[in-house]
Design a protein around this ligand. Sequence first.
Ligand code: NI
Ligand code: MN
Length: 227
Amino acid sequence: MKITYYGHACFLLETKDNKVLFDPFISPNELAKHIDISSIEADYILLSHGHEDHVADAEAIAKRTGATIVAAFEITSWYAQKGIEKLWPMNIGGQKHFPFGLVKFVTAVHSSVLPDGSYGGNPGGFVIENEEGCLYFAGDTALTRDMELIKDQFNLNWAILPIGDNFTMGVDDAIRACDFIGCDQVLGMHFDTFPYIQIDQEAAKMAFKKAKKELVLLEIGASSELG
Ligand code: NI
Ligand code: MN
């Protein structure tokens, strides 16, 4: 599976047949000015929760590409009111087979409200499993023992974890999360976008290395093959 980073918590996962976009917040992101959202193709858009910094460009990209939005029931209902028809509601603990693999919507300890104040249901994360590998996109979350349930069910190859602290886990808790989920290869997200979540990238990578884990911080716009 190939992954491209579009800044903050936005990644594009390319499987054999599908393009899966997570949490698009690109056009308002000062660090992602060089990314043109009209160039992004997607078959599915997975939204972890309703906060603006995760959904800002979802409506525009869904309407242009015809991608299906997969999210908590309350969030897909909100998009239905905006005229989007291709929607797949889920809720915590549920899993479903999609053409790109099995998706399980897992616990995140956070909050969720949509940009206009509408209730967003519970926030979550996604585990994606297919014949190419297994990936955990944590969304915005605190460290939680519920992550051990992921290790019980899945053999993760990669995890996308927030590391910016303040609103989510920081580096030290993300390192502890690796043991809960049974995965030592991490792509970092949710850092540096705003002053509240600025980190020392080199120190973060060193902390992971010291714990015998790997932290990859992709440049915005860069891609990587998830081996
Ligand atoms: Ni959030
Ligand atoms: Mn966020």
